[in-house]
Design a protein around this ligand. Structure first.
Ligand code: NI
Length: 167
């Protein structure tokens, strides 16, 4: 069964995830996340978006392939840029979000090996968006309180309507 994407607002999306300790448990989880991301046509997916409070995310590349980041840490940021951003957990909404143009990120892969990546533009953007999820922040966190409140209200209505349709 494909794991369902959790919609915001939800406690699992609003709290920081726990660092991964048990790397041996990762392969099946990563496989399930990859399946959910493919199904949803996402460019990235954080574990808490499928209800797992773990510091683990998938980062999609422009060519459709992806790699996993475990226990990532942003080492540095450079420059500023604004992206019109969407999120699988906030379907139907697109908003301009201020981001860094370049980031350096340290992370581990599923085998526990450490990597460092210097990313810019699209890849830097996906990394920032997914690492924010792991820190307990959806992109609305970067918007004004008023915009955040509006998105929240849209989403609560969407969730209410979905609940009604399901009955
Ligand atoms: Ni997202």
């Amino acid at each position: 069964m494909i794991r369902r994407i959790v919609l915001w607002p939800d406690p699992v999306l609003d709290h920081p995830t726990q660092p991964v300790v048990d790397f041996a448990s990762l392969p099946p989880l990563i496989e399930e996340m990859a399946e959910a991301m493919k199904e949803a046509k996402g460019t990235g997916l954080a574990a808490n978006q499928v209800g797992l409070g773990l510091r683990l995310a998938l980062i999609g590349r422009a060519d459709g392939s992806w790699f996993e980041i475990v226990n990532p840490e942003v080492l540095s940021r450079e420059g500023g840029v604004v992206y019109n951003e969407g999120c699988l957990s906030i379907p139907g909404e697109w908003h301009d979000v201020p981001r860094s143009l370049k980031v350096r990120v340290r992370y581990r892969d599923a085998r526990g090996e450490e990597h460092e990546i210097a990313a810019e533009e699209r890849l830097a953007h996906v990394l920032q968006h997914e690492i924010d999820h792991l820190d307990g922040h959806v992109y609305a966190h970067h918007l004004s309180p008023l915009k955040r409140k509006l998105i929240r209200e849209h989403m609560l209505k969407k969730k209410r309507d979905a609940g009604r349709n399901a009955r």
